[in-house]
Design a protein around this ligand. Structure first.
Ligand code: APR
Length: 265
């Protein structure tokens, strides 16, 4: 991404109203949360894909909960990083700004993001396998593994969408509607291989949005993205934000003219 390309993107962003950010594990990496498919993604000898499934839970709920207990312990003391902070601030910068995240760590909310869709659930919630009731459990480490429902004694499970399970249809509909209706979609720190989240950029592009990817390395999305910023989200997003503030005189909400293919109005 050279400076002229950045400048033209900033010019475009200064004139848009509806912006969405789709995030993945990479945005939390600089907070110290391991990504799923990176080299730190293994726990003992297990890969995430072999533990985050209904089959693994049916086979060995204690093992799956031990893994979540470990991840909850990693996440509990960490805070959001400058990447999360920029996205929280963009709720004030753009008239209509939303974050759609695949992350279950809760760091977007901790950073102050309010307009948030958590596609894959939240690691701080558990759901009764018998009654379906959902409760927040913040204690870490868990007092008992696997935890049981205090109401009925049945097994609790993480309130997380596992491989092979369907996403909440309401959340998914809203994610597609937001993507299809935005003028710019940022795709940040995701390997863009897990469906249906990986289809959101195509929905945005079909709707006329510019797709802007931020990642340490190219992904299957990169050839289709309008702009690719190689680098850590915690540096790229503050840089873009600074350029945007310089362009708009530090004010909230852009006032320039859209010069891209977005449908700014
Ligand atoms: N800045 C930007 N990108 C980064 C950074 C960083 N600091 N660190 C890592 N990345 C990128 C990696 O290059 C990789 O492309 O983040 C991506 C992380 O990819 P995954 O580990 O596959 O995570 P994600 O795409 O969120 O996984 C999707 O899969 O395991 C399931 O449900 C789980 O929500 C998860 C889903």
């Amino acid at each position: 991404m050279d400076d002229r390309e950045t400048a033209s993107l900033v010019e475009f962003l200064a004139g848009v109203r509806r912006v969405v950010a789709l995030t993945g594990a990479g945005i939390s990496a600089e907070s110290g949360v391991p990504t799923f498919r990176g080299k730190d993604g293994l726990w003992r000898q297990y890969r995430a894909e072999s533990l985050a499934t209904p089959e693994a839970f049916a086979r060995d709920p204690a093992l799956v909960w031990e893994w979540y207990d470990w991840r909850r312990g990693l996440i509990a003391p960490v805070g959001p990083n400058p990447g999360h902070a920029v996205l929280a601030a963009w709720e004030d910068r753009f008239e209509d700004f939303a974050v759609i995240t695949q992350n279950v760590d809760g760091l977007h909310r901790k950073a102050g993001t309010k307009n948030l869709l958590e596609l894959h659930g939240n690691i701080w919630r558990a759901r009764c396998t018998r009654e379906g009731t959902v409760r927040e459990i913040l204690t870490t480490p868990l007092p008992e593994v696997p935890p049981l429902c205090p109401d009925c004694g049945a097994l609790l499970r993480p309130d997380i969408v596992w491989f092979g399970e369907s996403l909440d249809p309401d959340v998914l509909d809203r994610a597609f509607a937001l993507s299809a209706g935005c003028e710019a979609l940022f795709v940040i720190g995701t390997s863009s291989v897990v469906q249906p989240a990986a289809s959101l950029p195509a929905a945005a592009a079909r709707g006329g949005a510019k797709v802007i990817e931020v990642n340490l390395e190219p992904t299957p999305l990169t050839p289709h993205a309008d702009h690719f910023f190689p680098g850590p989200a915690g540096q790229v997003l503050p840089l873009l934000d600074r350029r945007l503030r310089e362009r708009t005189g530090g004010g909230r909400r852009g006032s320039g003219q859209s010069n891209g293919k977005g449908r700014s109005s």
